[in-house]
Design a protein around this ligand. Structure first.
Ligand code: NAD
Ligand code: MN
Length: 345
């Protein structure tokens, strides 16, 4: 690539404060990556209130021509509003971003020490109960609600393959399938069998990856008690949603945890946190989750060197503990943290 075309969608609240910080960090990488070219795009609650669309057509069309994107956070109305639906859910569908990848890593006291928590949740992003086929019927005994839970071989295979590929790039090379096939033998059974079957389809390629599995409820229990047993956890949509938030709680602040939504052709970085209306406009939002999301986006695009430079700088800032935002007990601003990271780079 001659240049990297990156769509920026700050959206609402502190998204507008942390995405510009991530942009500045990408610009500071210089020759580690092709020259970034940024395109500002709209989505979210604010543009909905102005235009009636939470995801303008132009945003999706422009993203299709980008190499990657960074998404901030959206505010959602507390009650259901006619015509409004989450742009992030729509984007995942329209750009076929079938995986949500969330590394959860704590920072050890010294660079030599192993972090206490170092795992990646790989969540299927397109099906399971999130196909949102819910039906309410009225029976003689009262109301009855049903939902469809869709698990396909195709989606289970591609998410499984992504988990194996991610494991290959990590020192421990271990994949744990999360499921509940002891009860849901047909749906979770298909997910489990399909992921187990990935290595057989690529002879030799995944020989070094160790495959484990765990029932979802005990997986959450063990995740909280002994997170060190996990490396890459791969799960259907709903379990993955819950596990990835539980895992994020292990490292202290929402302001630290990045994610990407990834497909075969496109990747969109997204901090895990929301629009944080309680601190919006105060200049104290922690930009680290957004900055790490930019690094993760680069990793998925194949620019590991640039990603490492960002992550190492962020680790140093956290480890020194001199420049931290209030969510981590400090009194520094978003800009102070950004400048500290830039200095380390
Ligand atoms: P939130 O993540 O916005 O905030 C939860 C708490 O964490 C708040 O006290 C907030 O100040 C703090 N926090 C979050 N990010 C921080 C950061 N970078 N630095 C410092 N502190 C940070 O979750 P919420 O309050 O439940 O939701 C607020 C709004 O965001 C809602 O409208 C919700 O729907 C939306 N939301 C959006 C996303 C998304 O865009 N993916 C995710 C979660 C929530
Ligand atoms: Mn969630």
């Amino acid at each position: 690539r001659q240049s990297l075309k990156i769509g920026l969608i700050p959206a609402d609240g502190i998204g507008k404060e942390v995405i510009p910080a991530a942009r500045t960090v990408l610009e500071a990488l210089g020759s580690d990556i092709p020259k970034p070219e940024f395109i500002d795009l709209l989505a979210g609650w604010e543009v909905f209130t102005r235009s009636g669309s939470a995801l303008p057509e132009e945003t999706v069309e422009t993203l299709r021509e980008c190499d990657g994107a960074l998404f901030g956070a959206v505010s959602s109305p507390s009650r259901s509003v006619t015509g409004y639906s989450s742009p992030i859910v729509a984007l995942r569908k329209q750009l076929d971003l079938y995986a949500n990848v969330r590394p959860v890593v704590s920072v050890a006291a010294t660079p030599e020490e192993k972090p206490a928590v170092d795992l990646v949740v790989v969540r299927e992003n397109t099906e399971c109960l999130y196909v949102k086929q819910e039906v309410l019927t009225h029976t003689a005994q009262g109301k009855e609600a049903r939902a469809t839970r869709l698990i396909t071989e195709r989606a289970s295979h591609r998410i499984g393959k992504m988990a194996f590929d991610i494991a290959l790039g990590r020192p421990r090379k271990q994949v744990t399938i999360i499921h509940k096939s002891n009860v849901l033998s047909v749906t979770d059974g298909l997910f489990r069998e399909t992921v187990r079957g990935v290595p057989a389809k690529y002879p030799g390629q995944y020989d070094s990856v160790k495959l484990e599995e765990q029932i979802v409820d005990s997986a959450v229990y063990r995740l909280i008690r002994e997170p060190e047993i996990y490396d890459v956890m791969v799960a259907p949509n709903l379990y993955g949603d819950i596990i990835s938030d539980a895992a994020a709680a292990l490292v202290g602040s929402l302001g630290l945890v990045p994610s990407v939504n990834a497909g075969d052709k496109f990747v969109m970085g997204e901090p895990v946190h929301g629009s944080a209306p309680d601190i919006e406009g105060k200049g104290i939002a922690n930009p680290i989750a957004a900055i790490r999301s930019a690094a993760l986006m680069l990793r998925h695009l194949g620019y590991a060197q640039g990603a490492d430079r960002i992550d190492v700088a962020v680790d140093q800032v956290i480890r020194e503990g001199q420049v931290l935002t209030p969510d981590l007990g400090g009194s520094s601003s978003t800009n102070d943290v950004l400048n500290a990271v830039l200095k380390k780079m």
